[in-house]
Design a binder for this molecule. Structure first.
Ligand SMILES: Nc1ncnc2c1ncn2[C@@H]1O[C@H](COP(=O)(O)OP(=O)(O)OP(=O)(O)O)[C@@H](O)[C@H]1O
Ligand SMILES: O=C(O)[C@H](O)COP(=O)(O)O
Length: 409
């Protein structure tokens, strides 16, 4: 049981010799040219925890996941995922190229205790991606065909928990046991603490390239008094600086305009006024000039691309982070992929590693930057969530969490 949320976990059910449906999130980056999986972190995360435990407890395990969306270049079969999974599990792993037809049903019925069957990408069935209530999804052919075969349904896909899709919520009303898996459990324990009862000072660090969520994050996190301060980098910082009336150079304004971020400025101006001193903006920035890094004060930014927070800013952020007790970070401080502009992100990670704080990071690029700069194993909790994590930080819950709370049994 996850305290506070009253959600049942694998500790609350007997899975031995039982047929267990497990909704994981194997959705991974895929090379558009070769169609090969580029990073197997998510597959490994489920394999080494929930799936390994189910195999060891001699469950008959049926794995359900999506990969991409129809029409997108990363929409693909799960056959390669199944082969990768087999490398991480001490079990026979089979794959079937269907989801709930007779072939899939026969494969499920033929499973022996300790064996694993991966079903085809559940989004190959069009009904999967509709957002609906558990009760409505329970009437779909997916749930009607598979639910009678499952003794237990485990939801482990935290990183897809912002999607109230059929395979995520539809089994809840109709199976005997509906519980959270170990990946979901670990995420919920870490996030619940950070969102509801963080040790203070609690600092949020936001950066990266997706400034569309910036206003909503700031207004929720400061409005609900979750964070004491928000440190900013990446495009979010450029946008806030421009909203605050700073001249960041025409070229940088154009980037914000092209992404549609300038529309957020009135809201950001309101927030800057409402929370003085709590939204921390860079005092200097790094621009690229003739292929070199040049640090400039925010009052004197030339018309050159901003690619990182400046060193003085990074030092100031480090000081604040080292004195904090909780740090949540989403989005690198600069274009870390280029070594010259990875310094801001590196100094932030260094301070997180040196602090006594509980540190949490999430987002594909944020994790990639921590890994590239050598700090991944120094972070207290690395979330598997991208969109799900951001929505959780904003709202404090997710559709699938609500269904788990309601139907945990
Ligand atoms: N000043 C900047 N200008 C342009 N791009 C930037 C800047 N600072 C950081 N970035 C880019 O932001 C990207 C990461 O941001 P993003 O918001 O996608 O992070 P994330 O949430 O961790 O990733 P994901 O979307 O994969 O979950 C990096 O590729 C980095 O180069
Ligand atoms: O990677 C993710 O964020 C999840 O797997 C959800 O995928 P989606 O955004 O395609 O629904």
């Amino acid at each position: 049981m996850i305290e506070g949320l009253n959600i049942k976990t694998l500790d609350d059910v007997n899975v031995s010799n039982k047929t267990v449906g497990v909704r994981v999130d194997f959705n991974s980056p895929i090379d558009p040219a070769t169609k090969k999986i580029l990073d197997d972190t998510r597959i490994r995360a489920h394999a080494e925890t929930t799936l390994k435990e189910l195999v060891e407890k001699k469950a008959k395990v049926v794995v359900i996941s999506h990969q991409g969306r129809k029409g997108d270049p990363d929409f693909a079969s799960l056959s390669e995922h199944a082969s990768i999974l087999a490398k991480f599990l001490p079990a026979k792993v089979k794959f079937v190229d269907s989801i709930f037809d007779e072939k899939a049903i026969n494969e499920i019925k033929g499973l022996k205790p300790g064996e694993v069957l991966v079903l085809e990408n559940v989004r190959m069935w069009d009904g999967e991606t509709k957002s609906a209530s558990p009760e409505d999804h329970a009437k779909t052919p997916l749930v009607q065909s598979l639910a009678p075969l499952f003794d237990v349904y485990v939801v482990d896909a935290f990183s897809a928990a912002h999607r109230p899709h059929a395979s995520l919520v539809g089994f809840a009303p109709v199976v005997k046991h509906f519980v959270a898996g170990r990946v979901m459990e670990r995420e919920l324990r870490a996030l619940y603490k950070v969102r509801n009862n963080p040790e203070r000072p609690c600092i949020y660090v936001i950066g990266g390239a997706k400034a569309e969520d910036t206003a909503e994050i700031i207004s929720n996190v400061l409005g609900n008094n979750i964070a004491d301060k928000i440190l900013t980098g990446g495009l979010a910082a450029n946008l806030l600086l421009h909203a605050a009336g700073k001249n960041i150079g025409e070229l940088n304004v154009k980037i914000l305009e092209e992404k549609g971020f300038l529309e957020l400025e009135p809201e950001l101006q309101k927030l800057l006024k409402q929370y003085p001193g709590r939204i921390v903006l860079p005092i200097d920035l790094a621009v690229e000039s003739d292929g070199k890094r040049v640090d400039v004060p925010v009052d004197n930014v030339p018309n050159l691309p901003i690619k990182d927070i400046g060193v003085k800013t990074a030092q100031e952020y480090s000081k604040i982070i080292k004195e904090s007790r909780t740090v949540v970070m989403n989005g690198p401080m600069g274009i870390f992929e280029d070594e010259k502009f990875s310094l801001g992100t590196k100094l932030v990670f260094e301070a997180m590693a040196a602090s006594k704080a509980f540190t949490l990071i999430g987002g594909g690029h944020t994790i990639a930057s921590a890994s590239k700069l050598g700090y991944l194993d120094k972070i207290s909790h690395v979330s598997t969530g991208g969109g799900a994590l951001i929505e959780y930080l904003i709202k404090g819950t997710l559709p699938v969490i609500e269904v788990l709370k309601q139907y945990s049994k």
